[in-house]
Ligand binder design. Structure first.
Ligand code: G16
Ligand code: MG
Length: 219
């Protein structure tokens, strides 16, 4: 197979960052400190455990292993209460157009996410069928910026790494794609995603001719 596309989930397909934020803020408040939207930026693409470590650092809180694990569960249960209410209206603009276009060209599509909740989220927004392969936080041992998640996805769709295109909203994710020698496409702010091969504000800005260019150039 010649070319494959790998999508990150949070911040690329859906905006679940706002729900992660609400859940982390609730935990921070319970522990007696504030957690801001700006601080939440650091959590994008970062594993749940690592996020909690950073959160506790922010609050100057030390935890026993038992407390740490309990807070992880608490945060996730709270997060899942938001996920439960999600529907297709939360798919980010033009994601379906791009997925449909790639599918019409018979191009394999994979998900490469740090989230352990990726499958239920895809189900909620009814996008599961587009993905030939889902690699998520349950399958990796090394988090982004390690390229493991994308390398596993490439292997599973049977496309060599340098012929894969990755869509990512997080700096750590762009780094992971670059380390994997894949074409990295930042979705977000070009001032932030400076090491991406290309950056688009969102999929609405990305036209079919650009997708064709990627499909033909990656080879
Ligand atoms: C997402 C988010 C991160 C979150 C991580 C783990 O990564 O960007 O903020 O901490 O998943 O999520 P969960 O707690 O659901 O396992 P990605 O790679 O989809 O952007
Ligand atoms: Mg992301």
């Amino acid at each position: 197979r010649e070319v494959g596309f790998i999508f990150d989930l949070d911040g690329v397909i859906v905006d679940t960052a706002k729900y992660h934020f609400l859940a982390w803020r609730k935990l921070a408040n319970e522990l007696g400190f504030e957690f801001t939207k700006e601080q939440n930026e650091m959590f994008k693409g970062v594993s749940r455990r690592r996020c909690l470590e950073i959160l506790l650092d922010i609050g100057g809180v030390t935890a026993t292993t038992e407390q740490f694990n309990r807070w992880l569960i608490e945060k996730n249960e709270d997060y899942l209460s938001y996920i439960e209410k999600m529907d297709q209206s939360e798919i980010l603009p033009d994601v379906e157009r791009v997925l449909s276009y790639l599918r019409s060209k018979n191009i394999p599509i994979a998900l490469g996410s740090a989230s352990k909740n990726a499958i239920p989220i895809l189900e909620k927004v009814k996008l599961t069928d587009f993905f030939e392969v889902v690699v998520d936080g349950n399958h990796v041992t090394k988090a982004k910026p390690d390229p493991e998640v994308f390398m596993i996805a490439a292997k599973q769709i049977g496309v060599s790494a340098q012929n894969c295109v990755v869509f990512e909203d997080a700096i750590a994710g762009i780094e992971a794609a670059n380390k994997a020698k894949m074409v990295s496409i930042g979705i977000g702010d070009a001032q932030v995603l400076t090491s991406a091969d290309y950056v688009f504000k969102n999929f609405t800005e990305m036209d079919t001719s650009f997708l064709d260019k990627l499909i033909n150039q990656v080879d």
